[in-house]
Design a protein around this ligand. Structure first.
Ligand SMILES: [Zn+2]
Length: 263
């Protein structure tokens, strides 16, 4: 069967500061962070293959500047590198039996959420059909809204707050906590070996539980609202179709196509 892994970086074990996540490829802390999330991806792929030896696994690197080190990625995994340069839904189709979302951070405004944000640093809040969401909900909605049929997100890994967000969206989803968020750039990280063992075991369990974990489906039409910090420009949002200015800090888009939203 086909399985889809999407990775972000901010929620990985032993990642807790922006310098580890930004685009400066040569910074040693960033190179190290890429190794951390790649190891988590490999543990997840190993678990999927434990449960489905013929698994066809595709990994999309969903962190803006990229976060997977291809030289260290399990050679049994197909790979779509570097974030946002292809349009949504980023290689995911209804042919996939399930999706795995790794390295997840909490949404903008989460008190003491380590590296908490939604899309950009100047976003105060994001709403989808009236519900406040973060990037995780956006990605789960993307998987659940595919035109040829929904794909369930089976497993989410990330900080404790990100895992709590996952359970709010789909109570049955399996989660692996990588760390306890303590502050915007501080966390208590679990032992990586423990995290990797749990990822492998839970990924295998997720494959077996595939029929018991529902997709996250948000009915069309989609109303997406973004509120930015005072003084931020809304221009990027207003360039999108069906988008209007609500007030100086807020833009809203209403569309029947989830994949043309900002998510
Ligand atoms: Zn990211």
């Amino acid at each position: 069967m086909k399985w889809y892994i999407m990775t972000d970086l901010e929620g990985a074990c032993r990642v807790e500061r922006w310098v580890q996540c930004d685009g400066s490829e040569l910074h040693y802390e960033r190179l190290e962070a890429r190794r951390f999330i790649t190891a988590e991806a490999n543990a997840t792929a190993a678990g999927i293959i434990d449960a489905d030896p013929d698994a066809d696994i595709v990994l999309w690197d969903g962190h803006g500047p990229g976060c997977i080190d291809p030289s260290l990625l399990d050679p049994r995994v197909s790979f779509i590198p570097h974030g946002w340069r292809i349009p949504a839904p980023f290689g995911l189709t209804s042919e996939f039996a399930g999706a795995f979302v790794l390295g997840t951070h909490s949404r903008a405004g989460t008190p003491n959420g380590c590296l908490a944000h939604t899309m950009a640093g100047n976003v105060i809040g994001y709403w989808l059909n009236g519900r406040e969401i973060g990037e995780l909900a956006g990605r789960m909605a993307m998987a659940g809204g595919l035109p040829d049929g929904p794909v369930p997100v089976l497993l989410v890994s990330g900080c404790n707050f990100a895992c709590a967000e996952a359970h709010e969206l789909v109570p049955e989803v399996l989660t692996v906590e990588t760390k306890l968020s303590l502050a915007p750039e501080r966390a208590q990280h679990r032992p990586p070996a423990t995290v990797h063992a749990e990822l492998r075991a839970q990924a295998a369990a997720a494959v077996h539980a595939r029929d018991d974990i529902p997709p996250f489906v948000v009915p069309a039409p989609y109303t997406v609202r973004a509120k930015l910090t005072e003084g931020s420009s809304l221009d990027w949002y207003l360039r999108h179709p069906h988008t209007t200015r609500i007030d100086e800090q807020t833009a809203e888009q209403v569309t029947a196509n989830l994949y043309e939203t900002w998510i």
